[in-house]
Design a protein around this ligand. Structure first.
Ligand code: SF4
Length: 348
């Protein structure tokens, strides 16, 4: 897959050989300032490398400066319908603007925005969502093509103003249409792609669609930045983005847990052990990359545990701990979390 052009959102380099970036989105209503700041801080702590906020009215223009007192990652303004908000956002210290070609399409408006964004070095994301297209009697392939064509028209309008700091997103609720649109685009252009599946449904459905869709594209070398969209809280979106990227070996954000699905052979409450252990790791903010196997019995347990950096294979309520392929300690269901944490601390 060819390398994309590098575009900077303030100091965040996106595209080219840079790691796949993660963007978060604020969900708190913008007038609830205290909660908004808390959410932004949480997103940055969780690993969001840029944060998007929906800018709907002129009163939202102070948000970039306000948030910048509390977080260091760049802030993107998501703008629809009103070109004047794009101009205001650029003049009010936002680090990126998102424009939707389906609702800001007047040539003069695009020209004014591109000229100002060019002067101020503010990148523009062209964000196309399939929701704005008439989808009856149209095949998925044709919808994907129409989205890409719309995007190229907009790129042309920006480039005619000598504006090239462009990122693109092509999102649908349908996974295969999203993959098709991004695949077609990436064959024709080297502008960096912001990936996402939109309007994904309930949390589990959303995680599944995002993992399948983003995983398929990233695995083909398509995509430079990820924003997972779920109908749940924004921290979960960032967590899932990290899991997707890490599961493909594209970045490492910390320990990977390998645990078995459990079956009637399992003599311990393994789901509880694994959940508690994950919570503990998150609380400790443990980031060192390693594999930790937590297995329910001795059928596959020792095999997986010995391939991991650290592992446990349980029998009936008791288990054996492995480190670098060697058993080194016996443990119990009650003690296992502390035992694993103690061993991990020795790694640091
Ligand atoms: S490791 Fe053991 S308990 Fe876990 S799924 Fe396999 S056979 Fe069942």
């Amino acid at each position: 897959m060819k390398k994309t052009k590098v575009v900077k959102i303030r100091d965040l380099r996106v595209g080219g050989k840079n790691p796949i970036r993660i963007k978060g989105m604020l969900k708190t209503p913008t007038k609830k300032v205290r909660l908004l700041i808390k959410e932004a801080k949480g997103l940055q702590e969780e690993g969001a490398e840029a944060i998007r906020v929906a800018v709907e009215k002129e009163e939202d223009m102070g948000l970039a400066n306000l948030l910048k007192k509390h977080i260091t990652v760049p802030i993107a303004a998501d703008i629809h319908f009103q070109p004047k908000l794009a101009i205001l956002a650029i003049n009010n210290n936002f680090d990126q603007i998102r424009l939707n070609p389906l609702n800001i399409s007047n040539k003069r408006d695009i020209k004014n925005i591109a000229q100002l964004a060019g002067q101020k070095k503010i990148p523009i994301r062209i964000g196309i969502n399939s929701g704005g297209f008439k989808q009856s009697n149209i095949s998925k392939k044709n919808l994907a093509k129409q989205m890409v064509e719309k995007c190229f028209d907009y790129i042309e309008a920006l480039e005619s103003q000598k504006f090239f700091d462009i990122m693109v997103s092509l999102k649908c609720a349908d996974v295969s249409t999203t993959i098709a649109a991004n695949r077609i685009f990436s064959k024709r252009s080297n502008y960096p792609l912001h990936l996402g599946i939109t309007a994904t449904g309930s949390c589990l459905e959303g995680i599944t669609k995002s993992s399948v869709g983003l995983g398929a594209m990233l695995n083909q070398g398509i995509g430079d930045l990820v924003r997972v969209s779920l109908t749940t809280d924004s921290l979960t979106e960032v967590k899932i983005a990290k899991y997707i990227i890490q599961s493909l070996g594209l970045r490492n954000f910390g320990p990977e847990i390998i645990s078995c699905p459990t079956c009637s052979r399992c003599g311990v409450d393994l789901p509880k052990v694994v959940e508690k252990f994950r919570e503990k790791l998150d609380k400790l903010n443990y980031k060192k990359p390693c594999k930790i196997a937590i297995m329910g019995c001795i059928v596959n347990g020792p095999g997986e545990a010995t391939q991991a950096d650290l592992g446990v294979a349980f029998g009936r309520a008791r288990g054996v701990l492995f480190k670098k392929s060697k058993i080194f300690k016996k443990t119990t269901e009650d003690k296992i979390i502390n035992d694993l944490i103690e061993e991990l601390k020795k790694y640091e």
